[in-house]
Design a protein around this ligand. Sequence first.
Ligand SMILES: O=C(CO)[C@H](O)[C@H](O)COP(=O)(O)O
Ligand SMILES: [Fe+2]
Length: 215
Amino acid sequence: MMKRMYVAPSLLAADFSNLGREVDRIAQADFLHIDIMDGRFVPNLSMGPQVISALRGRSELLFDVHLMLEHPLPYVEVFRHAGADVISFHMECADDPGALIAAIKQSGAKAGIAVKPATPVERLLPYLGELYMVTVMTVEPGFGGQKLMPGPLEKVKKLKEQSPGLLVEVDGGVNRETLALCRDAGVDVLVAGTAIFRAENPSEEIAFLRGSSSF
Ligand SMILES: O=C(CO)[C@H](O)[C@H](O)COP(=O)(O)O
Ligand SMILES: [Fe+2]
């Protein structure tokens, strides 16, 4: 029996002139992945809390907010208030990961940590017991539409061995072609922007990635 994976379409690849309608097109997903970029930690800017607030009334999906911010702490409460269910920050810019996890939990959200492709998984180990999710980046953060790097998938295996109950998400370049690599590594949550939002039929892509379809 194939493991059923969770699917998190990444809003970054949606048609920004029609975000409400775009969210309706992926209503049968599990999470909505929302990339927040500050132009400092990553060389790109994306969107702010207003977009999340605007979509919150339109969607019942769990909002999985991926903060690519150099200084995330002051924004935890802001994004929770806007409607985030899961808030993940980057290990590479966390002076005090314990304090960030505590702030996210205090806000009422579930806590996650994301890691860039070159960041060793060992840096996460002290925090695994406190986390709902770890996001393993399979591209350099900053842009959608890149090619998946297989190397970081080794981290997924290690994380699942250490902490079987933790949700391990992969982010970057996930599509029909790279799905098997992710599945073999033991991934729980697939982020897919381009593959889902640029598809003619996003529902079909979601079902295919999830493993509940025999396309
Ligand atoms: O965090 C991200 C980029 O920093 C995005 O979530 C990611 O790139 C998803 O887009 P795609 O599926 O098109 O690769
Ligand atoms: Fe992301």
